[in-house]
Design a protein around this ligand. Structure first.
Ligand code: SF4
Length: 364
């Protein structure tokens, strides 16, 4: 039986910055804006890329995307840059300009292995921060600084310090969907793939787990460790309901349903499999079901569909408004002007790195 307690904000957030302000971004020289015409040369140069996405990108949209794709791929070479794209990015980004794709941690780890000066993070702000934390020597850009996350926004470093005062000696685990400032205050980070392993690795009968209350519930259902959870939620995954999935299942009993653990428990109860975005993709590759509902952000189904055209994806389409702020024109602008650079106070980055690296070095 699971043991769990859920907390919200226990004290108004401290308006003062807990650490010094981050240093200003460096100045970079802009490059000329490349031409963005649709012509025969562009059509020829991108034909192989359109092949990859033709099942999910209508042909009428390609003349708009293709000139940006050519320009971005050329500018990456000029800037010695790589593009990291999260599984929730749109197919033309994920399949046509990204160098590495995956979940946030896979991306940041990949970035540590590449010989690039610049990382363009096509995802949300906490992911760009994680890339910077693990790659402090590289310039990390995010094409739209407003690409946030409801989970990361639900908790501050001050909240964590208050929790520690309230539960002295209880270890604190933070999901990677948190700001650098929060990562700097916790003992260890986790992802949705390794949350249970991280919680059990601490050897404590009680653990504070933040900020996702649903992931915390999922972990609590699988362990004897008592979980003290934070009341945060992903605004995309919490919109799914068990009723909605039962309707799909009733209309086609052979339908496969797989869900992300950020979903509420009544949704997970309807799923044939629960796992992180990376594990969900592996499940579809391994099982190749005839029809499937992937209960997660909508673009992921498009990206897996492009790879597995024989699988039919039934789409209850919940889009993440923050992920969708990243577009081809903004990526191009980012590479031309080298903006927006992600800058973290070195003292925060150092402490946050310890929490992330402690997770990375955990033996599986
Ligand atoms: S899908 Fe949810 S968890 Fe992911 S970035 Fe969007 S709001 Fe955050």
């Amino acid at each position: 039986m699971s043991m769990m307690e859920t907390l919200g904000r226990v004290r108004a957030p401290d308006a003062r910055l807990p650490f010094a302000r981050p240093p200003s971004p460096r100045r970079h020289h802009p490059l000329p804006m490349p031409p963005l015409d649709w012509n025969e040369d562009v059509a020829k140069a991108t034909a192989h890329l359109y092949e990859r996405v033709k099942t999910v990108v209508p042909s009428i949209e390609w003349p708009f995307f293709a000139p940006y794709i050519v320009a971005i791929n050329a500018l990456k070479k000029q800037r010695n840059a790589v593009i990291l794209a999260h599984n929730y990015q749109t197919p033309e980004i994920y399949n046509c300009v990204a160098d590495y794709v995956g979940d946030s941690l896979q991306l940041a780890r990949e970035a540590t292995k590449v010989d690039a000066d610049v990382i363009v993070q096509c995802g949300v702000h906490f992911m760009a921060e994680t890339s910077k934390i693990l790659n402090p020597g590289k310039t990390v850009l995010i094409p739209d600084l407003r690409a946030g996350c409801s989970l990361a926004a639900s908790i501050t470093g001050e909240d964590v310090r208050v929790l520690r005062e309230r539960y002295p000696g209880v270890p604190v685990v933070a999901y990677v969907n948190t700001s650098a400032e929060v990562k700097a205050e916790v003992d260890i980070c986790c992802t949705s793939s390794n949350a249970l392993q991280v919680v059990e690795s601490l050897g404590s009968d009680t653990v504070i787990f933040l900020p996702d209350q649903y992931l915390a519930k999922y972990v609590a259902s699988q362990t004897k460790v008592k979980i003290i959870a934070w009341k945060g939620a992903c605004e995309v995954h919490e919109r799914f309901t068990g009723d909605e999935l039962r309707l799909y299942r009733d209309s086609d009993p052979s339908l496969a349903i797989i869900a992300h653990p950020e979903c509420p428990p009544d949704v997970l109860a309807e799923a044939d499999f629960t796992g992180s975005t990376a594990h969900m993709i592996d499940w579809v590759r391994a099982h190749k079901p005839k029809r499937i509902v992937m209960v997660t952000e909508c673009s992921m189904a498009d990206n897996v569909q492009a790879e597995l055209p024989d699988v039919e994806f039934v789409r209850p389409c919940n889009l993440c408004p923050h992920m969708k702020r990243i577009t081809l024109p903004k990526i191009l602008d980012s590479l031309v002007h080298m903006r927006e650079e992600v800058v973290i106070d070195p003292a925060i980055a150092e402490k946050a790195r310890r929490s992330v690296e402690r997770m990375v070095h955990l033996k599986s």
